[in-house]
Ligand binder design. Sequence first.
Ligand SMILES: *Cc1c(COP(=O)(O)O)cnc(C)c1O
Length: 232
Amino acid sequence: MSRHEEIAAGLAEVRARIAAAERAAGRPPGEVELVVVTKFFPASDVRILADLGVREVGENRHQEAQAKAAEVSDLDLSWHFIGGLQSNKAAAVASYADLVESVDRAQLLPRLAKGALARGITLDVLLQVSLDPPGREHRAGVPPEELAQLAAAAASTEGLSLRGLMAVAPLGEEPRESFDRLAEIRAAFLLEHPRAEVLSAGMSGDLEQAVAAGATHVRIGSAVLGSRPPVG
Ligand SMILES: *Cc1c(COP(=O)(O)O)cnc(C)c1O
């Protein structure tokens, strides 16, 4: 099988899963957007994805993302940055990303805005909410109780456009339970920010549960592209 055929098969399977999840949740077909996570995979795979109709791609490490985006800059793609953001890299990420999904603290806001203004754009951002139990080490995302404050700061930062929320289901809990909590957090958030309707949730292993809980975007890597080398 060629790489093109392999990716086409993975993509067809994931699109069918998304369609089935939309039906099961009573949601209109085509409502959920697929973001293919291309981390660890070469720019040639991104080219194949674009050829197969993918428009949104996700990356989680700045250097890799920047290099890959530059290699396929001739393609009409929307780049989502989905990884942990170092403050000193934030302005650089804003120079190529179309949507930064992983904003988890206020210090990032002026830096992202600076990068956006230098590029002459308004940068779309999502706030990453932690679904981890309190007290766990290395929680990614803003704790839910601090979300309102971060959202107010993001909404009032010139150069940024607050589009919604992102989350990753933690290990050690049924994804459905985590995503149900996320749906509640989002409902409260939408009262303050009614137009920030994006909800990025769901990966290869839990996209069905995320779609059931209202995800508008799913971020899928391995189910489309195959398994990655383990992260060290
Ligand atoms: C890698 C990654 C994904 C995709 O994970 P898969 O399990 O390969 O689908 C989604 N979201 C984030 C934040 C990631 O880092």
